[in-house]
Write a protein that binds this ligand. Structure first.
Ligand SMILES: *Cc1c(COP(=O)(O)O)cnc(C)c1O
Length: 378
């Protein structure tokens, strides 16, 4: 997609907020525990390479990404610290991962068997670093039986020229909920697997952001710190208390490109679903659902000059309209996410109105919106 550098709509990323979030998270960790920054999906929409740079400067000692291509982009940008892919990669790409010293999850012996000939065809590369994924209750990827894990460990031992066990991990389904029953059942299962392992790998990790915030006892020796580094509460509004203040890093801003007065009965946008009740000032904002500003945000609001302005009529692909309290000229700043005067709109507010979670809103912001740093570090 072409990025709109000549249009006023953009995403602002506060580097200092990210720095603070990571520093606070690190201060909570035991000395032997490392923080890997989860920067998958273009760093949750904040920009992969920007966030890689800031998080490493803030003390992250590794990165987690979702897919091999994200890891390759980081190596291409000369990042040499450990990178763990969190999703299962194609066995055909095992040699590529090994060559670039990218660590990958393994959830079955079958995957190892499929990757072996691929590695053997490239005998000069380093061993592939693997992290055994344990499905203790997430139901997504990983071993579900201790015996299967031990079988895979034996397979790796028998092919230790090609594979190196670097880590073991699991992922929690309910770490962001008040009720800890299911969470605790996952912890118990994880300990059963760990007890059955002949030796502890270098990295033992279970914590996403929510686990690191609210279940500090079970961090292992590495945490996979994602959404909280961007200053977002992993629970949404379910658990408002966090051990340290999370500072949201992302803002979305634009400017009016047009404004006009319309009269009682006049309609706005597709379907003519909105009709003015009286004379009304209507402004047009150059952003739409193609930018990730969802169509269902009709009826929500943005901020102009410290005042909430309703989104009237349907959100179009590239533009939407708002009702202004008075005439504001083209070029007037519009805040979609962030603060204006004394008022504020958060990603959580947008998510609530859209009936989803803030993760999804952040990831949906399209590449067409340029990302710009504010409050750059050092
Ligand atoms: C995305 C992801 C994380 C990060 O989760 P947050 O809630 O953003 O902290 C950690 N672990 C795995 C396996 C993931 O897929």
């Amino acid at each position: 997609m072409i990025t709109g550098t000549h249009r006023p709509s953009k995403v602002l990323v506060d580097e200092t907020a990210i720095l603070h979030n990571i520093q606070h998270a690190k201060a909570q960790l035991k000395d032997d525990t490392q923080l890997f920054a989860v920067i998958k999906a273009d760093a949750y929409g904040h920009g992969l390479l920007r966030v890689a740079r800031v998080t490493q400067a803030a003390g992250a000692t590794g990165f987690c990404v979702a897919i091999l291509d994200e890891a390759l982009a980081l190596r291409e940008a000369d990042y040499t610290i450990p990178i763990l892919v969190l999703g299962i990669i194609s066995p055909e790409t095992a040699a590529l991962a090994a060559t670039q010293t990218i660590s990958v999850p393994v959830g079955s012996k079958a995957w190892l068997e499929a990757a072996l000939p691929v590695l053997q065809a490239n005998p000069d590369q380093p061993r592939l670093r693997i992290h055994f994924a344990l499905d203790t209750g997430m139901g997504r990827i990983g071993f579900r039986e201790v015996a299967d894990l031990i079988d895979a460990v034996d397979y790796v031992k028998a092919h230790s020229q090609w594979f190196e066990i670097e880590g073991i991990f699991t992922h929690f389904a309910t770490a962001d909920e008040v009720d800890t029953t299911y969470f605790n059942s996952q912890v118990d299962k994880f300990h059963q697997y760990l007890a059955a392992l002949p030796e502890r790998p270098k990295y033992v990790h279970v914590s996403n952001s929510a686990t690191s915030l609210w279940h500090a006892a079970c961090n292992g020796n590495m945490i996979r710190f994602g959404v909280a580094l961007y200053g977002l509460n992993p629970s949404g509004r379910a658990i408002p208390e966090t051990p340290y203040q999370l500072e949201p890093a992302l803002q979305v801003v634009s400017e009016l490109v047009f404004s006009k007065i319309i009269h009682a009965g006049d309609a706005v946008s597709y379907g003519a679903t909105y009709h003015a009740k009286r004379d009304e000032w209507i402004g047009t904002v150059p952003m739409g659902y193609a930018d990730g500003w969802l169509r269902r945000l009709q009826g929500f609001h943005v901020l102009v000059d410290g005042q909430f302005c309703e989104i009237v009529g349907r959100v179009c692909m590239d533009q939407f309209m708002i009702r202004l309290p008075k005439d504001y000229a083209p070029g007037t700043p519009v805040v979609l996410v962030g603060t204006s005067g004394d008022e504020k709109i958060t990603l959580q507010d947008v998510a609530d109105y859209s009936d989803t979670i803030h993760y999804e809103i952040a990831c949906s912001l399209a590449e067409r919106l340029p990302r710009e740093s504010i409050n750059p570090i050092k």
